[in-house]
Write a protein of this length. Structure first.
Length: 140
């Protein structure tokens, strides 16, 4: 008597092959992950810290538009290695964008940003009056 196995929609009976050829396995590298963020509040300000190693401060764009703080970064690199028998050329491209809705008491025109040892620190002072504008923040 022969053993019968039910095949999945890709035609593989074995769970190993089903998982190996599943789309999520091959696309795992292409899924974008957002950097972890720590948000804290004190009496005088809010602070946001993003864990974003591997970037330079020039890679970041931080802006406020209609009470939405948007932090984005883009990094590109290329390296070539040549030997007698082979040439290896690698490209690396990474980017992300995160947005935060600001509370009414944030002083938009006094937000500052600093990048240090892979952590982007943002300082958002509180204000008693609401200021709504579009502003780009320079990362120092």
């Amino acid at each position: 008597m022969s053993n019968l196995s039910k095949f999945n929609d890709r035609g593989f009976a074995s769970p190993f092959f089903r998982d190996l050829f599943d789309d999520t396995f091959f696309n795992a590298q292409s899924k974008q992950t957002l950097p972890a963020a720590n948000i804290a509040e004190s009496d005088k300000n809010y602070s946001i810290e993003l864990a974003v190693p591997g970037y330079r401060k020039e890679d970041f764009k931080v802006k406020v538009d209609k009470d939405v703080l948007t932090i984005s970064a883009e990094s590109k690199s290329e390296s070539t290695e040549k030997d007698k028998e082979y040439t290896c050329k690698e490209y690396n491209y990474s980017s992300f964008a995160r947005s935060f809705r600001l509370p009414d008491n944030v002083q938009d025109d006094a937000i500052s940003a600093k990048y240090d040892n892979g952590i982007l620190h943002l300082h958002l002072p509180k204000s008693s009056t609401q200021v709504s504008s579009t502003k780009e923040i320079k990362v120092g």
